[in-house]
Design a protein around this ligand. Structure first.
Ligand SMILES: Cc1cc2nc3c(=O)[nH]c(=O)nc-3n(C[C@H](O)[C@H](O)[C@H](O)COP(=O)(O)OP(=O)(O)OC[C@H]3O[C@@H](n4cnc5c(N)ncnc54)[C@H](O)[C@@H]3O)c2cc1C
Length: 413
């Protein structure tokens, strides 16, 4: 390990394990602390867009991703009621050429397992919640609920939207409820594809709500994310159960194919929660402590980028530490933030804006939006209906060149 340098990672979600794997690949020592007693993710899908796939390729995970993932034919926008196609962007046959990598749908547990599988057991502590931080000399010390502590050279808060590390650095300001309620469910598929679910990333856009459906587990399940506007506050959690009738009732009048899919959900596996986000931060790091993933930039899931951004963050932070050298830690953290903050802030803000576009409610506004989709598609058949080309084009692997130039300047000065 490099110069006995040690990173403490607080939080073993997708961002935490992506960082651990990225550090391990570069021979940088780390220890990961997770409050849950087992590693894992809830039963739900996640869209892994080309920008995140490029990082997974760099981490040697592409064949595993191809094994467990599902390649959607296209991203398709549908009218919530009539089922009329509003846009159709080819994905399976075009993403590798246009964006340098494929677009996958995966089950979250599969994604987490592939990122976590090579982290040595002795570098992971499960079932231990962090309660805060203290400083001893120039080293940050992580404090835990059982009174134990861990001193490190760098602490990374990868502890999600309610981050204890973020609160220790920047104060305990709660994330704000966005006025969006979300249901999540999986539907087992006996005969693929189901006649009423296309093998696409399907966006159903309706008044004050939208529904996204896609296959995961190689087509063996359909993932549902159903969002509607509801200003009653709901606890943010993965585990608040909902009734099937409540889900169906919230989407009364929507297309019969969607309602049929809702009726096929396992009634014991329907979850609901409120969606929270924050404004972009102007700094993430203080001295030798920093943040990544939802701890730094919680966002609405409307561009399908929260996990993707956490994976990119983990990879880029490891590259910064390796390129600058652990003796230039502050310069490395500055470079990490300079690379990541503008991008993640733009995604946070654009995800909010997508909520408005997806949920328009007046017939005139809907007509205008749908005509704009048609015009864009006529001009460019590959135009991404949700306008995410700039997100997919980014290639985190190129950050090493930028860091190398910057680190040469630091050394020269
Ligand atoms: C409905 C919905 C759909 C989504 N769809 C997509 C999608 O298609 N594509 C995409 O890229 N993203 C998507 N996302 C976003 C994505 O799920 C999150 O952004 C991502 O999981 C964030 O990862 P993270 O590791 O930063 O945080 P988390 O996944 O929240 O992980 C934080 C970890 O830290 C642990 N922890 C918390 N506090 C402590 C503590 N005090 N001590 C120790 N451990 C602690 C937690 O137990 C958890 O394991 C979606 C989100 C939602 C809500």
């Amino acid at each position: 390990m490099k110069n006995n340098f040690r990173v403490a990672i607080v939080g073993g979600g997708i961002g935490g394990v992506a960082l651990a794997r990225s550090l391990d690949r570069l021979g940088i020592d780390c220890h990961l602390f997770e409050r849950a007693s087992t590693f894992g993710e809830i039963g739900a899908g996640v869209q892994i867009t080309p920008n995140a796939v490029k990082v997974l390729q760099a981490l040697g995970l592409e064949s595993e991703l191809a094994r467990v993932g599902f390649l959607p034919e296209a991203m398709v926008g549908f009218n919530w009621q009539s089922g009329q196609e509003l846009f159709r962007t080819p994905l399976r046959d075009t993403c590798p050429d246009l964006f340098g990598a494929a677009f996958y749908h995966v089950h979250r547990a599969d994604l987490h397992a592939m990122l976590a599988k090579d982290i040595p057991a002795e570098r992971v502590t499960l079932g231990l919640a962090c309660t805060g931080l203290r400083q001893e000399g120039d080293k940050p010390v992580v404090c835990f609920e059982d009174g134990s502590e861990f001193a490190a050279d760098l602490v990374v808060g990868a502890d999600g939207v309610r981050s204890v590390i973020r609160a220790s650095l920047w104060g305990d300001e709660p994330a704000s409820y966005t006025g969006h309620m979300c249901w999540r469910a999986l539907v087992p598929v006996q005969y693929h594809p189901l006649p009423y679910v296309t093998p696409t990333s399907a966006f159903w856009m309706g008044p004050k709500g939208h529904v996204v459906t896609y296959y995961v587990k190689g087509g063996a399940m359909v993932n549902i994310v159903a969002v509607n506007e509801n200003h009653d506050w709901i606890e943010e959690s993965w585990t608040v159960k909902s009734e099937q009738a409540e889900l169906i009732g919230a989407f009364t009048g929507w297309n019969e194919n969607l309602i049929r899919l809702f009726q096929d959900t396992d009634p014991d596996q329907i979850y609901k929660w409120g969606l929270f986000d924050r404004d972009p931060m102007t700094r993430w790091s203080q001295d030798t402590v920093t943040l990544l993933g939802d701890a730094a930039h919680p966002m609405l899931p409307f561009l399908s980028q929260g996990a993707a951004m956490a994976i990119e963050d983990g990879y880029v932070l490891a590259e910064a530490l390796d390129t600058f050298g652990t003796d230039q830690l502050r310069a490395a953290l500055e470079a990490y933030e300079a690379e990541r903050r503008p991008r993640t802030a733009r995604v946070q803000l654009e995800a909010r804006e997508r909520g408005r576009t997806y949920h328009l409610s007046s017939p005139e506004a809907l007509r205008e939006r749908d005509l704009a989709f048609q015009r864009e598609q006529a001009d460019n058949p590959n135009a991404v209906g949700i306008k995410a080309e700039w997100v997919y084009q980014y290639d985190a692997r190129t950050c090493r060149d930028r860091f190398h130039t910057a680190s040469t300047l630091v050394v020269a000065s």
